[in-house]
Write a protein that binds this ligand. Structure first.
Ligand code: CMC
Length: 425
């Protein structure tokens, strides 16, 4: 096949290079299109735009495949740990035992935040959404760590930023939660692994069940990276202006909060509760969702890229059963979720639009079983996605030809208005 695409515009034909990725994906490189023809491309919602090349995550939405650095998500979820998977996305290879230990220790060393951040958390109303607190805390760290606010970080500074943010986001999330409960902060315990320590900092209990920590670890692994999703693209966009790393990551937190993205995990639980409370049948609820006059959606279903089962949802669904069994817990919301899924997957509306459960459909049920409250779910997503944001930022700033991201538009407004002074309008 030709490695050029031909574009005919009126009586002019131009050739555009075709770029092929390592998994065989093809893209038409339009970098020179405007210079050669005066045209730009128009792609609302970036449905068909490859904004960058990246060697971190591969995902095939038609076949339901997800890989981090060439390793399947199923294998990583089964055999790896959250911090090992994070190392993998940052540095492009699995660490040796020594490298992993050093990495874990570096992250564990960032076991607190400046006093000013603690004061700030305490100043928020108790019912503040923890994502608001997290976003504000994240950007505020730039006021305390000037060394990491340089325009271009050196390699050791980048390593420090990675370890520091991995450590401090965990602390800020746990502190925000404690504050919302009207309780004192619990100091991190470096002898615990990352997930056990987080649960300890939330609950004050150091004896975290191995199975509970493992379940949380797997959930975080499943969220590590997902190529150019809304929050990651926000991180790249903001980071491309050379905004400091704290401001850059805070943009990711903000984008994640929306219910069409990471906020969906909270929305799913609220939806399941609503179905339970209303006594509606699954079909009745789905009929409401399908009604084009209603703005509600089946939360946790559908995905921009997956037009098949989201592989992460499959893993989480299985984990739900085993976590509840291990904890000896039952959750009627799991039965509702399974019932809803079964009916939706047979419904012509969802079948024809290729709408399947996504990562958020079942994750909330596990968080609930682990004792994590609903308004913390999106914060958990942020903890999981932080390595992806950092890895994508690092890859971007290290790529040759790095440029500020700046899309174009096609103007559709008025063309010639004449100014009238205030009195004559
Ligand atoms: N419930 C009902 N209808 C839906 C849903 C849904 N969850 N998702 C898509 N549709 C319909 C939509 O109405 C449209 O129908 P029509 O062609 O008749 O107008 C069609 O399916 C295509 O939807 P779209 O909104 O054009 O698709 P998109 O790629 O722009 O949106 C999405 C993807 C994830 C935002 C969307 O599926 C959605 O809103 N899902 C619910 C929210 C959710 O679970 N988000 C988490 C996504 S996965 C984790 C993450 O990335 O954060």
């Amino acid at each position: 096949m030709s490695d050029k695409a031909k574009l005919v515009l009126g009586d002019k034909t131009i050739e555009l290079p075709v770029f092929t990725g390592t998994e065989g994906e093809k893209a038409i490189d339009i970098t020179k299109l405007r210079a050669e023809t005066g045209y730009v491309t128009l792609d609302s919602g970036y449905m068909n735009t490859g904004a960058c090349t990246s060697a971190i995550t591969f995902l095939d939405g038609e076949q339901g495949i997800l890989k981090y650095r060439g390793y399947s998500i199923e294998e990583i979820a089964e055999k790896s740990s959250f911090l090992e998977a994070s190392y993998l996305v940052f540095y492009g290879k699995l660490p040796t035992a020594t490298e992993l230990k050093t990495f874990e220790d570096r992250i564990a060393a960032f076991d607190d935040v400046p006093e000013g951040i603690k004061t700030m958390i305490k100043a928020f109303p108790k019912d503040a959404h923890p994502m608001a607190v997290l976003s504000a805390n994240m950007v505020s760290l730039s006021a305390f760590h000037h060394d990491l606010c340089a325009q271009d970080l050196t390699p050791p500074q980048k390593d420090q930023a990675i370890a520091q943010l991995m450590g401090q986001l965990k602390v800020m999330a746990a502190y925000a939660f404690r504050h919302s409960q009207g309780k004192d902060f619990v100091k991190s315990d470096r002898s615990l692994d990352y997930c056990s320590d987080f649960i300890h900092m939330m609950t004050g209990n150091k004896n975290v069940k191995k199975e509970v920590a493992k379940a949380l670890d797997v959930l975080l692994i499943l969220h590590v990276d997902h190529e150019q999703n809304c929050s990651t693209s926000s991180v790249r966009l903001v980071g491309s202006s050379k905004a400091n790393i704290f401001a850059t990551i805070s943009a990711g937190v903000d984008a994640l909060w929306g219910p069409l993205h990471g906020g969906a995990n909270q929305a799913v639980l609220e939806m399941l509760e609503e179905i339970k409370g209303s006594g509606k049948s699954y079909q009745q609820f789905l009929d409401e969702v399908k009604d084009k006059n209603s703005s509600s959606r089946l939360m946790g279903f559908g995905h921009r890229v997956y037009k098949n089962f989201d592989p992460r949802a499959k893993i989480i669904k299985k984990a739900c059963d085993s976590v509840l069994a291990t904890l000896g817990a039952q959750d009627s919301l799991l039965d509702i979720a399974k019932g809803l899924e079964e009916v939706a997957l047979k419904d012509e509306y969802f079948v024809s639009r290729k709408l399947y459960p996504n990562v958020d459909f079942y994750s909330g049920i596990i968080y609930r079983a682990l004792g994590i409250p609903t308004n913390m779910f999106t914060v958990m997503f942020a903890m999981g996605r932080l390595p992806g944001w950092l890895a994508q930022w690092k890859e971007m700033v290290e790529q040759p030809g790095f440029k500020i991201c700046r899309p174009r538009q096609i103007y559709t407004g008025d063309t010639k208005n004449t100014y009238k002074d205030l009195k004559s309008r």
